[in-house]
Design a protein around this ligand. Structure first.
Ligand code: HEC
Ligand code: HEC
Ligand code: HEC
Ligand code: HEC
Ligand code: HEC
Ligand code: HEC
Ligand code: HEC
Ligand code: HEC
Length: 328
């Protein structure tokens, strides 16, 4: 037996360089992992002979993407970055490397797409991605510098290089100021484990820069439930979004996700035949939000108030609220 396996090994050694090419490497997402965004697929072929890559997600093929031209090699070497479209749940992924029309590499795996991020939904066997490891950074560092730049005056620590990869974050309609100014490391510690871990979350983080909000909220006799609990990030995305005030969804959708019942019966105006007060789709005419879209926040301060229901008029008289927008 020993002799026989020794013979196989010797044979493999002879065959290896000629017929088996270096391994194709999935960098993000890694094999059998889960993602909560459908943003990037990053791979490295590790084989100079590979000049084309085909990607098949759930049986749907891409064309063979050409990565062999001198221009391509100069800009990206053997790295390919594409935007995949995952279906919710399990996805089959097949990546094939070609030399001309000859297939020389392939990797088949499954990726679990879980946009809610709720880890309870992840089936067994799927791992979490961590991009910022020493090995991964070595592959990127010669083109993308990740050394934080010296702190800008006034900020705790600046890091101006994160934006070369995290470009999508900067392109939203309403980005948060410390994101635009690339003060990423104010919130993300480069010494944390995993790297760039967020030290503080929610109110203790937000109040460091929004002390005026903290003072306002402390004055409320009726702080709003999730605000009193300090859960700022339930409603606000810390980086910014497509919606004003970095709401995770348009204001009314955020409110109705917890107060479903409000959408089910006429609100404020309950006379017979009435469909209730308009709650969206009109322009706000109150002094504080003039010109913005009418929303729950037109009448309710989302953070709380000094009267029940956090009415923006700050008066318990119902009429005082109506008079904000309707002539006396
Ligand atoms: C050979 C140089 C090179 C290497 C190595 C490299 N990149 Fe890039 N990368 C680029 C260039 C060039 C761009 C385009 C920059 C631009 O448009 O300003 C880019 C852009 C990106 C983007 C943004 C894509 C977009 O437009 O949405 C991401 C994400 C990215 N790289 C990730 C990585 C990761 C992760 C690694 C390491 C595994 C890596 N890159 C290694 C050259 C490289
Ligand atoms: C070489 C490209 C690149 C650079 C430069 C880069 N990132 Fe990333 N980072 C990525 C990619 C790709 C991911 C995984 C996809 C995603 O979450 O967008 C990621 C993920 C992350 C995550 C999620 C946790 C993780 O490890 O997956 C954090 C937090 C993060 N980056 C912060 C930073 C910060 C802060 C900087 C600047 C100091 C930075 N990144 C610079 C490419 C890069
Ligand atoms: C105001 C604080 C703050 C700033 C500034 C900030 N982040 Fe974050 N970041 C967070 C928090 C809090 C989380 C965790 C949120 C979550 O998991 O939804 C996070 C999560 C992330 C993630 C992983 C999850 C996700 O939402 O994509 C990435 C990637 C990331 N940050 C990159 C960056 C980069 C790059 C910058 C700078 C351009 C930056 N962040 C600036 C607070 C911040
Ligand atoms: C490093 C400082 C810093 C941190 C930490 C910070 N912010 Fe900000 N934020 C700013 C700056 C600067 C502005 C822009 C100036 C302003 O409007 O106050 C801003 C603006 C905002 C705005 C928009 C204001 C408007 O009028 O549209 C919201 C909403 C917001 N931040 C929420 C948050 C939340 C929620 C957190 C915690 C996750 C947070 N911020 C953490 C610095 C910070
Ligand atoms: C229930 C959802 C919700 C929660 C929780 C929440 N906010 Fe807001 N926040 C909003 C909405 C909605 C607006 C926009 C109000 C408007 O359009 O008039 C806003 C606006 C803001 C603004 C900018 C405008 C202003 O009012 O000054 C800041 C800053 C802010 N929030 C910080 C915070 C902080 C800090 C926390 C956590 C202590 C927090 N928010 C928790 C919904 C919320
Ligand atoms: C994360 C869940 C959550 C979200 C999102 C949320 N709320 Fe609330 N809200 C609560 C809780 C919890 C209470 C306190 C318990 C109760 O009275 O229902 C509350 C109470 C209220 C009250 C007082 C109800 C009463 O009977 O005294 C009003 C008004 C209100 N919310 C309006 C809003 C508005 C406007 C928004 C959107 C800006 C919003 N809520 C978003 C959870 C939420
Ligand atoms: C035109 C002003 C106005 C708008 C817009 C408005 N509300 Fe109200 N809301 C009120 C008033 C006034 C009350 C006090 C009870 C009453 O008079 O009907 C109230 C009461 C409430 C209450 C507590 C009582 C109850 O019915 O449960 C909640 C929760 C609430 N609103 C949520 C919302 C949400 C969520 C939105 C957006 C989808 C919204 N409101 C939009 C004026 C408004
Ligand atoms: C934030 C501004 C605002 C406040 C506060 C407000 N409204 Fe309105 N209201 C509007 C707007 C905008 C319309 C739509 C007007 C239009 O389309 O011409 C409207 C329409 C109405 C209508 C007509 C409804 C229909 O079927 O078109 C009635 C009745 C009404 N409001 C009563 C009230 C009462 C009662 C209050 C106080 C409890 C109140 N409103 C508070 C802005 C407001």
């Amino acid at each position: 037996m020993r002799n026989w396996s020794g013979y196989v090994v010797a044979l493999l050694l002879v065959l290896l360089p000629a017929s088996v090419s270096a391994a194709l490497q999935l960098i993000y997402p890694v094999e059998k992992s889960w993602v909560y965004r459908s943003d990037y697929l990053i791979l490295k072929t590790n084989d100079p002979a590979v000049n084309g890559v085909k990607i098949t997600v759930n049986g749907i093929d891409s064309d063979i993407m050409q990565i062999g031209s001198p221009e391509y090699r100069r800009a990206f070497q053997d790295i390919l970055i594409v935007q995949p479209v995952w279906d919710k749940g399990k996805n089959t992924l097949l990546v094939e490397g070609f030399n001309g029309t000859q297939k020389v590499q392939s990797v088949a795996t499954e990726i679990f797409y879980n946009p809610s991020g709720d880890t309870k939904l992840i089936p067994q066997g799927f791992i979490k991605n961590t991009l910022h490891t020493d090995e991964d950074e070595k592959l990127c560092a010669h083109c993308h510098s990740k050394t934080p730049a010296p702190a800008k005056s006034g900020s705790a620590a600046g890091s101006s290089n994160c934006g070369t990869c995290h470009v999508k974050m900067l392109k939203v309609a309403y980005p948060h100021e410390p994101v635009t100014s690339l003060t990423c490391s104010y919130c993300h510690s480069s010494s944390g484990t995993p790297r760039y871990k967020v030290g503080k979350r929610d109110a203790p983080l937000c109040f460091e820069c929004h002390a005026d909000k903290e003072a306002d909220i402390k004055k409320f006799t009726y702080p709003h439930g999730p605000v009193a609990a300090g859960y700022c990030e339930i409603c606000h995305d810390p980086h910014g979004t497509e919606f004003p005030a970095f709401m995770r969804r348009p204001i009314n959708e955020v409110c109705l996700s917890c107060h479903e019942k409000i959408a089910k019966s006429p609100h404020v105006v309950r006379s017979s035949g009435s469909e209730g007060h308009p709650l969206s789709g009109r322009k706000d005419i109150s002094p504080k939000r003039k010109g913005k879209e009418l929303s729950c926040a037109s009448c309710h301060d989302p953070h709380g108030g000094v009267v029940r229901y956090f009415l923006v008029s700050r008066s318990a008289e119902r009429m005082a609220l109506c008079q904000f927008c309707h002539a006396k």
